[in-house]
Design a protein around this ligand. Structure first.
Ligand SMILES: CC(=O)N[C@H]1[C@@H](OP(=O)(O)OP(=O)(O)OC[C@H]2O[C@@H](n3ccc(=O)[nH]c3=O)[C@H](O)[C@@H]2O)O[C@H](CO)[C@@H](O)[C@@H]1O
Length: 343
């Protein structure tokens, strides 16, 4: 029987959402969880005061991928020393199971799981292209779970039940929601403001998540346009915002993408072009190849194409999205982990 497991990773909402799903599932099964993240990024905001956790540890770690020369050396040395710290923690709490959801926050805790005897590493890779850390550490993993990988034992993405519970089949576009991912997207904000007057003329209402940094500007622009849109920077009520919409325009971060599928909400994706390995484009392309979404790159973005898309058969796509994802992925993944650990 597992006593305490470690869940590690974070940096952005996409990773943290999956970490949260693991924490919830282990907590509900009476298994203790230690979360190891970074003091840089959004990890603290999500889990610092989380009462489901036995312990939440935030290490002062930063990404190494875009660093050069001495800065890279310092970052690597820092990860090395934090790895030693994690090793001592694993001995203290007799850790035999580490689950990594990726991102730079996961580096030290993941390396420690590889170095420790009798410790199993499990990876949840959210994206269609593997992140740098997972490329290195996946060779040592007992199991890798990914919705984009046909070899994964569980193909469904861990989406909260709320998105399934408020799903509905869309018929006609009366409301459009714009989603920029956990941090918002200026490109999507600007595009929304460009198309808003015509949507308004067409009698289509607007829901718009802007991200913190661009909220004031976008809100003022809607006021200038005299459009009464539901504008917010970040909300805990994304399921209800999605369920009110009949169509979405969104970045293609993995969590958001599968939440939109779970909600049966037809979407026009505009991927973040600087995502590692262009993974957001390939996340959306995975659905596009099945005829389940619309996709245009940021640099090719055209209002003309967007308004053409709005004339499509969204009813058909919405129905087909129902079978694109099933609930309970996290329970299945945790079952596999627990079964494995009996061996
Ligand atoms: C810029 C960047 O590198 N983004 C990456 C990041 O995306 P990002 O952090 O944007 O993550 P996702 O789009 O995958 O998920 C965002 C999560 O935040 C939630 N949410 C969002 C807005 C809001 O107001 N309230 C709210 O709760 C969403 O419902 C979702 O669960 O991690 C994803 C998963 O690894 C990657 O696919 C993305 O490429």
């Amino acid at each position: 029987m597992i006593e305490t497991v470690v869940v590690t990773g974070g940096g952005t909402g996409g990773h943290l959402k999956v970490a949260d799903a693991f924490i919830e599932e282990f907590y509900n099964r009476g298994i203790n969880v230690i979360f190891i993240g970074s003091s840089n990024g959004q990890d603290k905001a999500w889990f610092e005061h989380d009462r489901r956790l036995k312990k939440a540890i935030f290490l002062d770690t930063k990404g190494v991928v875009n660093k050069k020369g001495f800065a890279k050396f310092i970052s690597l040395f820092n990860i090395f020393s934090k790895t030693l710290y994690c090793l001592s923690l694993y001995s203290k709490y007799k850790i035999k199971t580490v689950i990594s959801v990726g991102g730079f926050s996961a580096a030290a805790a993941t390396f420690a799981s590889i170095l420790k005897m009798n410790c199993k590493l499990y990876i949840h890779e959210q994206n269609s292209k593997m992140g740098k850390l997972n490329q290195i550490t996946s060779k040592f993993a007992t199991e890798i779970f990914s919705s984009f990988d046909e070899n994964s034992l569980v193909r469904d993405y861990p989406v909260s039940n709320e998105f399934f519970n408020c799903a509905r089949v869309r018929e006609k576009i009366k409301t459009i929601a714009f989603f920029g991912g956990s941090q918002g997207a200026i490109c999507i904000n600007d595009f929304a403001l460009k198309v808003a007057p015509k949507l308004n003329e067409m009698g289509i209402s607007i829901i718009h998540q802007t991200g913190k940094s661009d909220f004031e500007r976008v809100k003022k622009e809607y006021e200038k346009l005299n459009i009464n849109a539901d504008v917010f920077d970040f909300s805990k009520e994304i399921p209800s915002k999605m369920s009110k919409a009949d169509f979405a325009v969104s970045r293609a971060g993995a969590s958001t993408l599968w939440e939109l599928c779970a909600n049966s909400l037809p979407t026009f994706f505009i991927p973040y072009k600087h995502a590692a390995g262009d993974h957001q484009y390939y996340n959306a392309k995975f659905l596009k190849d099945k005829g389940l979404c619309f996709l245009q790159r940021e640099d090719e973005l055209s209002e003309e194409y967007f308004f053409e898309v709005l004339k499509s058969d969204i009813h058909k796509i919405s129905i087909e999205l129902i079978s694109s994802i099933s609930p309970n992925a996290i329970a299945l993944i945790v079952n596999i982990i627990l079964e494995n650990n009996k061996k």
